[in-house]
Design a protein around this ligand. Structure first.
Ligand code: KG4
Ligand code: ZN
Length: 351
């Protein structure tokens, strides 16, 4: 069979994404974001996100099909995010995917959003080396993954024990009076700040913590520390040097993420490191990881910024990998699973 033509649908949070790929070639990626509707609430409001998906999904689908220059009935499979994510949001994409699969008589693949973030890199850099070590950093998850096969063998070797890195960015942004989502704003401010201005704590890096949590992360102490520092400045009537705070916070996040990634790659004897998830768009994280991988003689692959944040192409390309690997499709009766573990690449039957 030639490379499979796959349509992917993503609706786990506040982006409605439709992607179309042929094998590992990207034909279209349409993303409609509802982020503007959530800004005044300081975070994603699930009901608002679900309604926005409902309104955006058909127009996005039409745009993607036009851009790709295909007919819908040419596709070999429909891939969709089955979890994890916001239940009401996931259900919209899943319902659309099921309707397409049933009416077009095409197989359905209900896939893991997090694995999609990791696998998306093949669109730009070709097949993944086996194995590779992935640092997955999104709004809801921060994990180190040993990826032996992107369609069937993903093992979590470490994860955050409290906040995800993206969540820490969003919360620190709130403390600094910055809009949601905090990541891109802090990233931009940090560019003009001094990363060594304030020494914020590096979670789970003390010798004692490393015994129990060598590959795990913790960002809630860091977030509290930033909040306290800002509070103290204000109480003492001093200015808050927002760019220095942003840069120093960002340095603490990037330092821990990259140090543990290198340690894990070396401990598992893996030569290829992969970066994925919304926070992978962060400029300091990308730069520091590149620097440390080079020093440790490890190869680093990271998707371009557009493909780091939520999109349908990452789901489409993971679907294409599943089709090529001969994986059985999912049953049409599958439900969305808001807590789908990262080790479950595909939801095949109703839980
Ligand atoms: O993966 P993603 O798009 O959605 C989830 O699956 O959660 O990640 C969203 C997260 C948000 O917390 C956002 O603040 C963060 O990614 N983010 C960034 C940057 N761009 C997005 N964090 C740091 N630096 C960035 N440039
Ligand atoms: Zn995501």
């Amino acid at each position: 069979m030639s490379e499979p033509l796959v349509l992917g649908i993503e609706s786990s949070c506040d982006e409605t994404g439709i992607g179309i790929v042929r094998g590992t070639e990207l034909l279209a990626s349409e993303v409609a974001s509802s982020v503007d509707l959530h800004v005044r609430f300081g975070g994603v409001v699930p009901e608002v996100a679900s309604r926005a998906h409902l309104e955006a999904i058909v127009p996005a689908l039409e745009r993607a099909v036009t851009t790709a220059g295909i007919e819908l009935n040419e596709v070999d499979a429909i891939a969709v995010t089955a979890g994890p994510g916001l239940m009401g949001a996931l259900v919209v994409g899943l319902a659309a995917a099921k309707a397409l699969a049933a009416s077009l008589h095409k197989p359905l693949y209900g896939l893991n959003h997090l694995v999609g973030h990791v696998g998306v890199d093949v669109l730009e850099h070709g097949p993944l080396p086996k194995p590779c070590l992935a640092l997955l950093v999104s709004g809801g998850h921060t994990s180190l993954l040993l990826v032996r096969d992107i369609t069937s063998d993903v093992v979590e070797i470490g994860a955050t024990i409290d906040d995800a890195a993206g969540e820490a960015y969003d919360k620190v942004a709130r403390v600094l009076g910055l809009p949601y989502p905090g990541g891109p704003v802090i990233d931009a401010l940090a560019a003009n700040g001094n990363p060594a201005a304030i020494r914020f704590p590096r979670g789970l890096t003390s010798p004692r913590d490393l015994e129990q949590h060598r590959f795990d992360f913790s960002f809630s102490g860091l977030k509290t520390s930033v909040a306290r520092w800002v509070e103290t400045q204000k109480r003492d009537g001093k200015d808050v040097p927002i760019e220095d705070v942003a840069a120093s916070f960002q340095e603490a996040v990037a330092d821990v993420l990259t140090a543990k990634t290198i340690d894990a790659a070396q401990a598992y004897g893996v030569h290829d490191v992969l970066l994925g998830g919304g926070v992978a768009a962060n400029s300091r994280l990308r730069a520091l990881l590149a620097e440390r991988c080079a020093s440790a003689n490890l190869d680093l692959r990271s998707p371009s910024r557009d493909l780091c944040t939520d999109n349908g192409a990452m789901i489409a390309v993971l679907g294409a990998a599943c089709v090529s690997a001969g994986r059985e499709p999912s049953e049409l009766t599958i439900g969305a699973d808001s807590g789908l573990p990262v080790s479950e690449v595909q939801l095949r039957v109703r839980a």
